[in-house]
Design a protein. Sequence first.
Length: 580
Amino acid sequence: MVSLKFLQSELEALVIPIAIALSITTLAHHYLRGFSVAGNLLMAAHLNLSLAGLAWGVAILANAEVGWLTFLIISTAFVITVVSLSIGLVQSYEQWEVICRKAWHRKQDPEIRPPRTHYPKVSLHVPAYSEPPELVIDTLNTLAKLDYPNFEVLMIDNNTTDPSLWRPVEQHCKKLGERFRFFHLENLPGAKAGALNFALQNTAEDAELISVVDSDYRVNANFLSELVGYFDDPKMGFIQTPQSYRDWNSDSYLKMCNWEYRLVFSTTLISRNERMAALTVGTMGIIRRRVLDEVGGWAEWCLTEDSELCVRIHALGYRSHYLNKVYGQGLIPENFEGYKKQRFRWTFGPIQELRRHYRLLLPKPFAKASALTAMQKVHHAIHGLGAIKSGLEFLLLPLGALAVASMLIHEESIHIPSHIWIALAVSGVSALVLKWHLFRASMGCSIKETIGALMATTSLDYIIRVASLRGLFTENSPWRRTNKFKVLPLGIGTLSAALPELILGTSMLTVASLMLVFASDSSLVHLVAVGWILQSLLFFSAPLLTLLAEKGIKRRSLAEEAEEQLALVSEPHNPIMKTD
């Protein structure tokens, strides 16, 4: 029979966690206004679980009967986990808000405005470096059809050494008329930002607005006519619309990439826009020219000169708006190597931004003076800290290996209670289900598309972590352009693009299996081993995507060859007459 004393002790043990849980839920209901009841409970439960995990970690450290070396290693890992968990809470909020909030203060769709009498001049800047001329010409043709009476287009060819690539574009600009101006530049530093600064210096004096369009985009005719009205507000600094892509529907690899790309535009940017902390993303946006001049132009030191710009614009107190409507579509990198290069830039750049602007983002007593609100600081800081988080989490892998080695050498063991295993399993499944729901609810993905998007996400895990670590320990990295030319099939050689992931995944899976065999039951070694196995599975998705990309490249190459053969057969036969 259970004694009253035992029941009393059990109830006392539950009082504190129950009180904390109720307090967090009450605070969530108070501060998360506009959220649904389910949304409030989700956010509160996530915070409760995070705090419970930290409490468990503290308890493990306090009661671990291990030597100083093992204690130092697991303490370091715990500190990294605390930092990572704190950053992750804000990242989760940015993504989950779209499924938790029932009332938005800022509209995500363009407003219907009355007919205009004043049409501010817009200068569209199209930078290009060694791009296929037919691709750039296609972009220029769509700009020529813009349904707007007052604009110019500056085509900036930056450091292309082959005249056969830029001469046709130059000639086409002449055909399109005086609205189109072409510049070919050699030995211009600063990559894309350098070309955009040159364009800014050569913009028409009467141009009031600037728009950057990537050279592979097909722009909708209503792009300017629907958006320039926002600049009737003199404090509006920039308007941003989503990056979007075309020609992906019939290819498995491209389809997976497309849905992975779209998640941030369908969740994170909508969340940030609610607190006027949206990002500029390098194409399909409009910026007030006076503001761009005032902040000093584009940052040539940064790999993400686009998102860096919005920090300086917001710091001066200008407004912004993100509209979740597509006005143009570009091309997805055809192979996995290009996909990885692009994501390296997008991870390394935000860390550069944080290094440069961290004083603006500190709490008010310690911060450099600016017009940034508290929530703008949080969102802009998380943009860089989120990239750093990936590198910090990567450090947990070698720390786990060191902890295991130390415990095996010193014959130490840290027992993991069964309820902790259950909690971790539930937490992992819940995270996967929520991610699944985001793709399904925010973008309407089918089950197959959701699985593909999740695989594309995990395939980038390695390169994101590498870029993050590089960003932590180095300030600069060379610009790595994304190839837009048609890619030829490489066969099995295509796996070289995912060779690091393949080697690392295989090695981790092998070592983790040995850990499970030789470690004692329910020990910390088992926990590390399970973590390594899960991480290895993430790495294996990279070679899988590489092979899927190669399959699509081969299929398109064969189709083009068949079309060429058909064209040759269809040509009329004109024999050459011979004369003596």
